[in-house]
Design a protein around this ligand. Structure first.
Ligand SMILES: [Zn+2]
Length: 254
């Protein structure tokens, strides 16, 4: 075990510590770091829930009678469960053009995004984000964030354990929820998921294309609005075209 713990410290370039300098709680943290390599999927989902709860506490969440909440509730009324996964939806009343979904089935939509998208376009974007959850991209991203967090604990923790994450640790994970970047293949698969979601529920699949085109325009407009969703979702124009091509093949547009 000593050998493995030392390897961890060396491999990640942390300050040089000999094993003898480590106190028992640091050793425990080291063990937890190693255990994180075998984190169960359920644990990852629980940590995702913790991170979202912290995000909710730190952002202006629209109340139940807020027009934004009422609009969102209307849009998703038929989609409280998607592909067998119960989803909880909330609006953050911030101007950023963004939305995200997490492994525990939380979907958060930002006011700035709602202001520029039609109802169907919002469904298309939420469908894409939910696609990342159903395809386990979100869980895998959280798992690697937890591994990085646990590794940091080896150097920083004086109290031991990852069982209940500290506020700052959860905050770091929350940042990761927003900054998660997926591979091109994962993005295409999430796009396909959204397309299928729209099609099977009788919505116009072109909403997926037009939502991407709006994002691309926002970004090119230089109007100063931060289009965060684009930094993790590049190539909006190409992806819109891919949707249009598929819709044409499917006979859904001419
Ligand atoms: Zn995506």
């Amino acid at each position: 075990m000593k050998c493995i713990a030392s390897l961890f410290l060396i491999a990640f370039g942390l300050p040089t510590l000999t094993f003898a300098q480590l106190n028992p709680s640091l050793m425990q943290a080291g063990l937890d770091a190693i255990n994180s390599a075998t984190l169960s999927n359920d644990q990852v989902v629980q940590y995702s829930r913790q991170a979202v709860q912290q995000m909710d506490a730190q952002n202006p969440v629209a109340g139940p009678n807020d027009p934004y909440t009422q609009r969102l509730n209307r849009i998703v009324s038929r989609h409280r469960t998607v592909s067998g996964l119960p989803i909880n939806y909330k609006v953050y009343k911030v101007k950023d053009v963004n939305a995200f979904a997490t492994a525990d089935g939380s979907v958060r939509v930002f006011k700035g995004l709602m202001d520029i998208m039609t109802d169907n376009e919002l469904l298309a974007i939420m469908g894409h984000e939910i696609g990342h959850v159903i395809n386990h991209d979100s869980r895998d991203a959280m798992k690697s964030a937890l591994r990085r967090s646990a590794i940091r604990n080896v150097a920083a923790s004086q109290s031991g354990i990852v069982g209940k994450l500290s506020r700052s640790q959860v905050g770091g994970l929350a940042d990761n929820l927003l900054g998660a970047s997926f591979s091109r293949r994962q993005e295409s698969e999430a796009d396909d998921y959204s397309y299928d979601f729209l099609k099977r529920n009788g919505y116009n699949v072109m909403a997926l294309a037009t939502s991407f085109e709006k994002l691309a325009k926002q970004n090119g407009g230089g109007g100063g609005s931060v289009t965060q969703i684009l930094s993790s979702h590049p190539d909006s124009k190409a992806r819109a075209q891919r949707v249009r091509d598929r819709a044409r093949r499917d006979g859904l547009v001419r």
